[in-house]
Structure formats: structure tokens, C-alpha cells
Design a protein around this ligand. Sequence first.
Ligand SMILES: Cc1ncc(COP(=O)(O)O)c(C=O)c1O
Length: 465
Amino acid sequence: MVWGDESEAVAAALEWARARTVRASDPKTTARPPEELAEEVAEEVGEVITPEGIGAQRAMQIFTEILEPATRSQDDPMNLAYIPAAPTRASVAFDEAVASANIFGGLWETGAGAIFAENQVLTWITDMLGWPRSSGGCFVSGGTAGNLSAIAAARESWRTRHGRPEGGFKLACSSTAHSSVRSAARLLDMEVVPIPVDERDHLTGAAVADALASDPSIVAVVASAGSTNAGVVDDIDDVADAAHAHGAWVHVDGAYGGAGLCAPSAQDRFRGVEKVDSFTVDPHKWLFAPYDCCALVYRNPAQALATHSQHAEYLDNAERGKQNPADLAAHLTRRTRGLPLWYSLAVHGTDRYTQAVEMSLSTARAVAAGIKERSFLRLLREPELSIVVFDRPGWDWDDYVTWSNRLARDGVILCVPTRHKGAPALRLAFVNPETKAEHVLAILDSLAGSPDEANASPKHGPAGA
Ligand SMILES: Cc1ncc(COP(=O)(O)O)c(C=O)c1O
């Protein structure tokens, strides 16, 4: 046996994982520069990757004492930066089970049972979308991969029907679309046609109709179901009608906001999703699953199969009768990353998911209301989902950065600056049902004075205290 007895290495890793899964993460942990880490690791053990290996105990020691603390706590209830995460303990634990089963999830031939379970989750999603049971998809690593695969299918669908447009392939979206949409267009050699948003920051059907009427090379339109910066849900219904009138594909990027489909108080915003051609939602954002997980679904998977299926001599024996996840996105080998969500949904039931998403929505609404009550703050738009954007008149970008960095360092809150209509602002993204509006508002009170006063103010207790 080359590897010898690995039981000590297995026990060390699994014991740590078991304890970590149920322990709250430390909001004071923070990423650090590589030189600093290299020095610390070298001081601790010298070389780590060596011909003989350093053994399980030392490797785990480096990980637990140096490396993991040099990462940010994503699921702390006061981490409200970017899009944080709040996986259920059940989903995190099951990710460990999935890792140990090491299933090849690309082909039905190798991963049938696991793919069947993943498809049950996808059906939960497509039922919420109001799509037919003939729809389908697969799980990919994240919203970027999902958008890329969906837009590739959109382009291929046009090409098989009409060939390459004279002006080359073009994709239309608003400036509020996620950066990964523009990245996908670049990778697919598609020109991006920017469409102006209306006064509500929504992509509208009328604007899409205008763009398509003046540019017949637009083959796909991407709408957001929850823009990342402000949580805006575009006018999906009208956008779908306008795009389909020209035969263009409609992809809805719900990487962050798609979770709102579970919440009765937000469902109205998604009107029209039943018509669109592809949809993505990242369970690692607001559906309480661990990284990395994006559900990518197609109303008509045949178009995706024609785009993404890989063929090679050694693959010709693979059964293609079933919808293989490998054939539905830009990947071949894949882990069955939908299973942690499957387990958590099976354990907790979908009602709890509705409740958890509603909790983030009501926390966002309560914080927005609290901001409006504070004369020193200004709410920049009513939240449509669970992102709150506001500013502190009189403060500039550097003031926000200093305030934000200090509170992050003290483990109080992660609230990082952004821009709203070009001007510096602050932004809070709520995806964690444990976040309490009153804790957040108490911290925002430190914005009342001048930047100097705010930064000299007594330290707050740790997050959530
Ligand atoms: C709306 C939207 N789309 C796509 C993405 C990209 O997702 P990922 O980081 O999982 O690739 C994000 C990430 O925040 C997002 O908010």
C-alpha cells in the first residue's frame, strides 16, 4: 500500500470538521498577505510540501492555527458585505458526506442516485418558476459559470436557427447586470449592447424592444432577478415578451435574488419568469447551502445539450439517453454539489426555507425603515429584496473606508462602501436569518457624528453582542 495507514490523517481531518461544523465562526478572522502567512508557516514547521510529508498532526495544526484564521468568516450574522453566506449546519455536514462519497456527477452512468437527488432540487426550483416538468439543468460552481453556460446555449440556439448575425453575436443587458455577464460575453466573443434602465433602475420591456428593433444582431437578453449592488429585479415579464418577439433568448440571473422565489412577500417581483429560457440561482448565496453551488436551469434543455455535450472516442460509450449534467454546462467532471441543499431541504422542509428567506427580507425592511428614521442617514432606494443602500451625507469614500475597516477589524460588522449612481454609499446585504435589525441599527448610529468622532468612538462589542 503506497499510502500506508491513513486512519490518523482521516481522524484528524474529520474530528476538526465535526467540531467546526457546529462552531460559530469568528468575525475577527481576516485574510492576510501571502508573505506574512509564508513567514508564519515557515517559522512553525519549515517546509510543508516535502518528499517525506510532514504528517497529519502538523498539517492540521498549520491549517487550524494559521491558515483557517487567515480567512474571513462568511456566515457571521454581522457579515453584510458583498453577498455573504449562511449555510445550514445540515447542508455543511452533508457536504462532508458528499466529499467522502466522491461521486462522479457528470454522467448518469456513474452518478445516477446523486443526480436523481440533485434533479429533485432542480424540480423544486423549476416548479417555483412555473416551468414544465420537461425543463431541467444541473448544478455548476457559481453564478459566473451558470451565466456563461446559459449564454453559450443562447448563442448556439440562435446560430442553429439563423447562423451568425452579420454584425456578430450580441448580448443586451443593463449596466446593473452582474460583471460575470460581461465576462461571459467576452469569452463567447459577443458584443455587449448596454440598455438604459428606467428611473426605478429597472430594465424594461420598452427599452429592450427599442434595442432589438435597432440591432438585429442581439441574440440574447439578460435580466437580473436581484442585481448585486441594489437587489433590483428587472421587469422580467415585459423583457421576456419584448425579447421573444424578436426570437432572442432570455436569461434571468437570479444568482443572489432568485431565492426570493420562495418568499410570498417577494414573489410578485418575479412575474414573467415562467416565460424565460434559462435561469440561475446560487444556493451558496441565499439558499443556505455551502460553497460552491449554482443551480442552472433551462426551460428546454435540448438546446443546452446541443451546446455543451462533449464527444470523444473514449466517451462514445457513455449513455446519452438520460440528461447528463456533463452535457448541460461547460464542464465534464463535476462533484454533486447540489446534494448538500438536497439534504438540508429534505431535513428541514421547504416551509423553513420560505421562513428563512422571509426573515432576511423583513430584516432588510426594518433596517431601511430605521435608516429613514435617522436624520443623519439617507436611504437611497427602498429595498426590493434584501439589499439596503444608503449614505451618510457629509461623508466621502475615504470616510466610509476608514469606518468600515475599523469595524471589520474589531469584528463588529462587515459593511463595505459601494457607489450608487456614481456617488459613494454604504450597502448591506442580508442573507442570514440570524441577523438582527436592532444590532445593525445600533452600529449605524456610530455614523451620526463626524468621521473623526465615529472613528474615536468606543469600541462596539463583537458582532451580534
Ligand atoms: C447577480 C449575480 N450574478 C452572478 C454572480 C456571480 O456568482 P459567483 O460569484 O458565484 O460566480 C453574482 C455574485 O455575486 C451575482 O450577485
